[in-house]
Write a protein that binds this ligand. Structure first.
Ligand code: EPU
Length: 418
């Protein structure tokens, strides 16, 4: 098992490129199930979750091949199997997104229920209700969701809450349904917008991009696509907070600043200098960072996927901060580990109160989920002395060569086998 050994205290400076978005890539790989034709994606990050999704496609009988570097070629074709097994789905909830495309394409699907995860219960009721509204017969049997429909039918469906993967799952299914579907209270995250662009490029008829009301006119089939995945806004935000927390000056290229607007505004509010071009963002710290209040919210609000990293920064800010998590019920697993590094944090329900300390000190800590682990890396880079982060496999699920990018910015971090 790998761990990171970090010697903190070096300001991160320089320029580094963002990888392609993990979460966009996962939805787009699921979309390849909707067509018989070749489907190519470039700028796909080589992270473990992407590998898992590729394995799921292979289990469904579809070929996938990595071409040069970050280009993934998916063969398209009729899935030979319509079953996504427990062993794969339990390791990555996003794989549940094969459900909608499989029913739309094959008329039936059998997909394992994902179960709970480290950040909360994360039910999938909205995915199922949306598919039922489209006419699928859904039943649960032996831990699996079985869904069937000869041909899905257009409908009007309103989500009870903004769900990113739920919107993507139902949207993909609706593209091949007969007639018009209206999806209301749809998620508007950039990853939904990117999926809409790709589906539209394949011949789907969707209006309402960037709004919570999507209208989809079903078509009988979709064609091939060749798409470059957008930069990973969460990876970019993580690296930029790395510059902020260490007192550095870093630029991340290959990312759209508008996708990170809420994070950039908060960083400015804490006293950091933030500048942006069309496709790059620079964060420079020339003085103290001051405490602030943050509440996570669906896009365009502050992303839950940046909450842990922001908390790491606020641990070293001047004064007190308040950070509320409104999306997931159990996303404070990093708090006890940050405390091991000397942070002063108390939690009341879904709100954390952070009193800034003048210095964090290195310690062995344990990664619990992807973004929690990222916050520990950031805190370790700022801490005096050495920090060891165990269970780095959580980071490898969603960050491509994180330690190499941090090294390129001057960070003293190494991967060790233990
Ligand atoms: N929810 C339900 N029922 C549903 C679906 C969602 O109650 O059927 C609830 C969830 O439990 C949660 C809220 O709705 O409380 C929002 O969850 P959402 O469905 O939007 O999350 P997701 O689509 O499963 C994606 C990202 C997450 C990110 C969230 C929120 C992917 C693969 N995952 O998950 O990313 O935190 O949206 O933005 O796109 C990560 O990258 O570390 C990560 C966890």
């Amino acid at each position: 098992m790998d761990r990171f050994a970090i010697r903190g205290g070096v300001p991160l400076c320089g320029e580094v490129a963002a990888s392609g978005s993990k979460n966009s890539s996962l939805a787009l790989i699921a979309a390849s199930l909707l067509t018989d034709q070749p489907f190519e994606l470039s700028n796909v990050p080589r992270v473990r979750d992407v590998d898992t999704f590729v394995r799921i496609l292979e289990t469904l009988g579809l070929a996938a091949q990595w071409k040069t570097g970050d280009r993934l070629a998916l063969a398209g074709g009729m899935p030979a199997s319509h079953e996504a097994p427990y062993d794969l789905v339990r390791t990555m909830r996003a794989s549940f997104m094969v459900l909608g495309p499989l029913v739309a394409r094959c008329g039936r699907a059998r997909v394992s229920l994902p179960g709970g995860c480290a950040i909360g219960a994360r039910p999938v009721d909205q995915h199922l209700r949306g598919l039922e509204a489209l006419g699928a017969k859904v039943r649960l049997s032996g831990g699996y969701v079985e869904a069937q429909a000869e041909r899905l039918r257009g409908t009007r469906f309103e989500f009870d809450m903004r769900t990113v993967n739920g919107t993507q799952n139902v949207l993909m299914a609706a593209c091949l349904a007969e007639g018009t579907t209206l999806l209301e209270n749809a998620a508007v995250e950039p990853e939904v917008g990117e999926l809409i662009d790709v589906l539209t490029g394949m011949g789907a008829r969707i209006s309402g991009r960037d709004t919570d009301r999507l209208e989809i006119q079903g078509v009988p089939e979709l064609s091939s696509v060749d798409h470059r995945v957008a930069g990973d806004r969460i990876e970019a935000g993580t690296l930029l907070i790395g510059a902020a927390i260490t007192g550095g000056d870093a630029t991340v290229t290959g990312v759209r600043p508008a996708d990170l607007d809420a994070v950039l505004s908060k960083l400015r509010e804490t006293g950091l200098e933030v500048t942006a071009t069309d496709d790059s963002i620079r964060v420079r710290r020339s003085g103290p960072v001051t405490g602030t209040h943050v509440a996570t919210a669906p896009f365009p609000g502050f992303p839950t996927d940046m909450q842990a990293q922001m908390m790491a920064l606020l641990c070293t800010a001047q004064g007190g901060s308040m950070l509320s998590e409104t999306i997931f019920e159990n996303r404070f697993m990093h708090v006890s580990e940050l405390r091991r590094l000397g942070a002063d944090i108390t939690v009341d329900g879904r709100t954390a109160f952070i009193q800034g300390v003048s210095e964090l000190t290195g310690a062995p800590v344990m990664a619990t989920d992807l973004r929690a682990s990222a916050s520990l890396v950031l805190a370790g880079l700022a801490a005096r002395g050495e920090t060891h982060i165990n269970r780095v496999y959580h980071i490898d699920r969603g960050y491509e060569r994180l330690e190499e990018k941090l090294q390129a910015l001057g960070g003293r971090i190494r991967r060790e086998k233990v």
